[in-house]
Design a protein around this ligand. Sequence first.
Ligand SMILES: Cc1cc2nc3c(=O)[nH]c(=O)nc-3n(C[C@H](O)[C@H](O)[C@H](O)COP(=O)(O)OP(=O)(O)OC[C@H]3O[C@@H](n4cnc5c(N)ncnc54)[C@H](O)[C@@H]3O)c2cc1C
Length: 484
Amino acid sequence: MASGAIWWIRRDMRLDDNPAAQRAMRAVAMIPLYVHSPSEEGAWPLGGAQKWWLARGLKVFAASLAANGSRLVVLEGEHAKVIVDLARSVGATEVCWTRRLDPAGIAQEHRVEEALDKAGISWSSSLSNHLVDPDDIVTQTGNPYQVYTPFAKNLRARGKPSPPKPSPSKSVRLDVLPSVTGAPAGVAIETLGLEPSRNWADGFQAMWTPGEAGAQQRLALFVESGLAHYPSGRDEPAADGSSLLAPHLAFGEIGIRRIWHAAANSKSAPPESIDKFHAELLWREFATHVLFHFKHTDLKPLRAEYAKFPWRDDQAALIAWQRGRTGYPLVDAGMRQLWQTGWMHNRVRMVAASFLVKHLLLPWQDGARWFWDTLVDADLANNSLGWQWAAGCGADAAPYFRIFNPTMQAEKFDGEAAYIKRWVPELAGLPAKQAISPWNAPLLWRDSAPLTLGEAYPPPVVDHVFARQRALAALTSVSRSAAK
Ligand SMILES: Cc1cc2nc3c(=O)[nH]c(=O)nc-3n(C[C@H](O)[C@H](O)[C@H](O)COP(=O)(O)OP(=O)(O)OC[C@H]3O[C@@H](n4cnc5c(N)ncnc54)[C@H](O)[C@@H]3O)c2cc1C
């Protein structure tokens, strides 16, 4: 047993089902440490929406540790140096952490491991944010998977994930572990520069409760009232039918095994609903697996021939898309939901992403960067997979020639235009059919005054039939050059 341990907190801001925390708590004394080091996040330092989340998540977590008689120490600087210096100054003999599986997280912990080895301090890392180590699951030929279905089949064949372990603070109170003498005061969370400079995140407050308790409540609510209808609910943007657990998962405020088993143990949801929900959790595992093995896929296509895709450069079109002013109501509703809440419904993410890459012919990396900055659930693996899926250039991607028609998608999944009307209020007064395709509405109205389409809401930024032909022609040019 270590005399003093450091629990290096990363994307695992929870006490429940956290082997790293549990191991550190076996020491005579333990310091929970968070190191703020944006420069070690490679090309993907936290975006604005996740900074908003982290500012709150850290405070809630610090309060929960304090309630258990412990104290979160927040320090700034390069991880390896900060951790070794702290361990030396307080005489800690072990450092424990939860593994990250994204390229920057892996590089970070390799540097820490090396520095600790050099300093003669022992360390232990555990995998609790994912169900499987990406190195432990391979195809029959011993290669990483690039197709979801056989990956998921293999993973399911291993049986149920082991059950989650409850927070030790319930059985072993943290306050019986005295604070290591000499633990530094650390810096205040308010000084980390996480708050947005503009008030763009005002709408987040109403929707989200960052922190472990918020995550547990969200899970309980979903299992009680959302899970049973998940297969259909998750596809209706107006239904709020998905779990909304993604940002909590992104920060490790809840463990994946806790979620898996809570769904599996539901008494009210039919097996097919549980199965569908589990399948989505396995998409997350798959995305992590792909990025782990193909580290370049955050910025480069998995299918190399797409590196030559003739993307356009059109700043005005990119801005219209970002601001939800493309003139296609479902796309615009999604982009405005994203801006106002930090989240977008999965079906609409697919439509909005497809619109950017196929209708506007703009690079998927531009979309991925925008999502990264604006999503509270930004996750490099899920985001890269989602964007490469939309662009047709990634693992198990939609074929490029399959081009979503945003109007037909709205008719199918938002037939009453309830979602569109919620996020595009200019169209709220129209009958559903016209709200879905406002170019068919004779006049729009604002404050009882009649307005033409262009005055009230933008006309389509590009014609669907034209855009479709243009995208197919671009694809043909890629296929031809690949065949040469
Ligand atoms: C272009 C694009 C970008 C995306 N970017 C992200 C991202 O940055 N972060 C992110 O977490 N998800 C991303 N997704 C996947 C998906 O849209 C979100 O995980 C989901 O909408 C989150 O809401 P939820 O928690 O209510 O999901 P639920 O439907 O309740 O699903 C439960 C969990 O399963 C996982 N999951 C669900 N769908 C997917 C999927 N398609 N791929 C991988 N994991 C999935 C998530 O962890 C999610 O929290 C993206 C999808 C697309 C098409």
